[in-house]
Write a protein that binds this ligand. Structure first.
Ligand code: NAP
Length: 328
């Protein structure tokens, strides 16, 4: 059977994306076939489209391994594989398919263990904002950061998909939060609860003399020595994303900085898991964390949505509404 999908056969800018009729994915025994209702756009989709940073070419140096991008999906279960026990056709589910992508399409196959039931109180588009960004935030703020009340936390890239959850979560944990992002996102970061905001186009947070217990960084674009300078004694820095060169420098020098100064500078390797996804969903359901949707697009507008993200204009998340008539 055929379906509509946004396909790219080479790395490039959004103009390499095409709306095509392609074969519906074939269901394996431990998978669920989902009729996609909504899919949110992540920076990892931009990275997969452009092939930068270099690690985005993992498994496909010259040509993309994933021809259909999109990983934070929400939709109806259409069919289940013979080993699937937690879902049945008609269930409303959502989850993170980032190991195989495929969400910018009418249908996607996902491993059963990557999915949870969508709360009835939540729309598909709300659910689609949660998986990747919220789990990054939880593992950065709660697990690795072990944030305590009164601590000073800085989120670099706080106006984006993961940052929006990280700021709100750090506030829930009682921290004093500084958000860093571009000029157009300062008010947005304040609306998320940030106590202080810094415009990265005007000020370098590693040079203003302020120190933090935790820095969670979604774009790691400075040297490890700059991050070390901005940490309090025994403070921690975690890079979530950034250039391959920066991440390599952190891997190489982080252990030495730890030994010589007591400051921790590490990469946060996020482990997607259902427990964390459910926890963050419950916080959203309870209204303790509010995902913000900046704009909505239809499936054929995925290139525009990615362009908007690439231009650095998205506050929080943009969402692709795949089935406009069915998104309750
Ligand atoms: N470590 C892991 O295991 C793991 C797992 C999943 C994903 N990831 C990575 O995590 C990252 C998640 O990003 P996301 O989805 O939250 O991205 P996003 O929504 O694009 O947010 C990034 C934010 O950073 C801002 N920014 C850009 N340059 C900046 C600078 N110099 N200083 C401060 N802020 C700056 C961006 O603003 P502009 O609009 O100005 O660009 C944007 O608001 C991606 O790189 C993804 O690959 C890592």
């Amino acid at each position: 059977m055929k379906m509509k999908a946004i396909v790219h056969k080479k790395y490039g800018l959004p103009n390499v994306l095409e709306l095509k009729e392609v074969d519906r994915p074939t269901l394996k025994k431990n998978e669920v076939l989902i009729n996609v209702q909504a899919v949110s756009v992540n920076r990892s989709d931009w990275e997969g489209l452009t092939g930068t940073p270099l690690y985005a070419r993992f498994g496909g140096i010259l040509r993309p391994r994933h021809k259909i991008l999109g990983s934070d999906i929400a939709g109806h279960v259409e069919m289940i594989g013979k080993n699937v026990s937690r879902f049945q056709p008609g269930d409303e589910v959502f989850g993170d398919t980032s190991f195989r992508m495929g969400g910018f399409a009418d249908y996607v196959c996902a491993l059963e263990e990557t999915l949870v039931l969508k709360p009835t109180s939540m729309t598909f588009e709300e659910a689609a904002t949660i998986p990747q960004g919220a789990v990054i935030a939880l593992q950065g703020i709660r697990d690795k950061g072990q944030v305590q009340p009164g601590q000073k936390v800085l989120v670099n890239g706080a106006g984006g998909g993961a940052g929006m959850f990280a700021v709100q979560l750090a506030k829930l944990y009682g921290a004093e939060v500084t958000g860093v992002d571009n000029t157009g996102k300062l008010d947005f970061m304040l609306s998320l609860g940030a106590d202080h905001v810094i415009d990265y186009t005007k000020e370098d947070f590693t040079k203003n003399g302020k120190l933090y217990d935790l820095i969670l960084d979604v774009i790691a674009n400075r040297s490890v020595f700059a991050y070390k300078r901005a940490l309090r004694p025994n403070g921690s820095y975690f890079a979530v994303g950034g250039s391959a060169a920066r991440l390599f420098q952190i891997l190489l020098l982080g252990p030495w900085i730890r030994r010589t100064s007591g400051k921790k500078i590490r990469i946060l390797a996020v482990q997607p898991n259902l427990k964390d996804l459910v926890h963050m969903t419950e916080l959203c359901e309870a209204g303790k964390i509010v995902p913000f949707i900046d704009k909505r697009y239809s499936l054929n507008e995925v290139p525009e949505a990615l362009q908007y993200l690439g231009e650095g204009r998205v506050k929080g998340k943009v969402v692709i509404i795949v089935n406009l008539n069915n998104n309750a």
